[in-house]
Ligand binder design. Structure first.
Ligand SMILES: NC(=O)c1ccc[n+]([C@@H]2O[C@H](COP(=O)([O-])OP(=O)(O)OC[C@H]3O[C@@H](n4cnc5c(N)ncnc54)[C@H](O)[C@@H]3O)[C@@H](O)[C@H]2O)c1
Length: 245
C-alpha cells in the first residue's frame, strides 16, 4: 500500500515549531514534499534541515500578500505543483476585553485571519490548475465556544471557521476541499502565554483530563489533507479531549 500523501506537495505555515513542525515531519513520512513557511527563520531552517530531502523552508509573514506569491512560486519551482495548504500559523495573547488595544486586535487579525485569507487566495489558482487540492485552516476551540480574556484571538478563530465554509462553497467547483481544524488545549509553546492555573483548569475541564499532544493534532491535519477525507468540505474537525462538550 502506498503512503497516504505519496507525491503530494504541501505548504505548512507556522511550521518552525509546535503543531506545524510536527505536521511537516508526519506529512514527509507519509510521502509528501513539504514547504515550511514561517517568520521564524532560525526555527524553520532547523526543522527543514533536520527533516532533510523533500522539505524546504521559506520565510513568510502570512500577513504579506507579496510574500505569499513568492512562497507559492517556490513550491511550484521546487516541487512542480501544489496539492495542499495547512494555514497553521497563529498568534495568541491574553487580554481582557478592556485591555484589548487596537494594536492587539490588529496583530491577531493580521496573522490569524488575514493570513489565512491570503493563503487561500494564493494557493487556489495553482491547485485548480493541478486538478484540485485540500486546504486546512487551523481555527481553535476558541472558534467554537467562549473563554475569558481571549476576545481578539477568538474573533479571528470564529472568522476562520466562517471563511472556511464560504471558501468550501466557492472552491468546490475547482476540486478544492476546505476544512477547519479545531485544536483543544495542546502542549506547545503557545500555551505558555497562560498562567499555570489557567492551564490546569483547561486540563481539568476536558473529559479526557489532559492536554493534547502535537502528534495527535498532526494526525487530524493529515486526515483532512489526505484522500481519506475526500467527502468532507466546509466541515469542522474538533480535536480537544472533549473540552467543548
Ligand atoms: N496550542 C494550543 O493549545 C492551540 C489551541 C487551539 C488552536 N491552536 C492553533 O494552532 C496553530 C498552531 O499553534 P501552536 O500551538 O503550534 O503555536 P506555536 O506558537 O508553537 O507556533 C506558531 C507558529 O506560527 C508562527 N508565526 C507566528 N506569526 C507568524 C506570521 N506572521 N507569519 C508566519 N508564521 C507566523 C510562529 O513563528 C510559530 O512557528 C495556531 O493557529 C494556534 O492558534 C493552538
Amino acid at each position: 500500500m502506498g503512503k497516504r500523501l505519496d507525491g503530494r506537495v504541501v505548504i505548512i505555515t507556522g511550521g518552525a515549531r509546535g503543531m506545524g513542525a510536527e505536521e511537516a515531519e508526519l506529512f514527509r513520512s507519509e510521502g509528501a514534499q513539504v514547504l515550511i513557511a514561517d517568520v521564524d527563520e532560525d526555527g524553520g531552517r532547523r526543522v527543514a534541515d533536520r527533516l532533510g530531502e523533500g522539505v524546504a523552508f521559506q520565510r513568510l509573514d502570512v500577513g504579506d500578500p507579496a510574500g505569499w506569491e513568492a512562497v507559492v512560486q517556490t513550491a511550484l519551482d521546487r516541487f512542480g505543483k501544489l496539492d495542499a495548504l495547512v494555514n497553521n500559523a497563529g498568534v495568541y495573547r491574553r487580554a481582557s476585553l478592556q485591555e484589548t488595544t487596537p494594536e492587539i486586535y490588529e496583530h491577531h487579525h493580521r496573522v490569524n485571519q488575514l493570513g489565512v485569507f491570503l493563503g487561500l487566495q494564493a494557493a487556489m489558482g495553482p491547485m485548480r490548475d493541478g486538478g484540485g487540492g485540500a486546504i486546512v485552516n487551523v481555527s481553535s476551540i476558541s472558534g467554537i465556544r467562549a473563554f475569558p480574556d481571549q476576545a481578539a484571538y477568538a474573533m479571528t478563530k470564529w472568522a476562520v471557521r466562517g471563511l472556511t465554509k464560504n471558501a468550501a462553497v466557492d472552491l468546490a467547483p475547482w476540486g478544492i476541499r476546505v476544512n477547519s481544524l479545531h485544536p483543544g488545549f495542546t502542549d506547545t509553546e503557545m500555551i505558555q502565554e497562560n498562567t499555570p492555573e489557567l492551564n490546569q483548569a483547561a486540563i481539568d475541564g476536558a473529559p479526557l483530563r489532559r492536554a493534547g499532544q502535537v502528534g495527535e493534532l498532526a494526525r487530524a491535519a493529515l486526515y483532512l489533507v489526505s484522500d481519506e477525507s475526500s467527502f468532507m468540505t466546509g466541515s469542522e474537525l474538533v480535536c480537544d479531549g472533549g473540552l467543548t462538550l
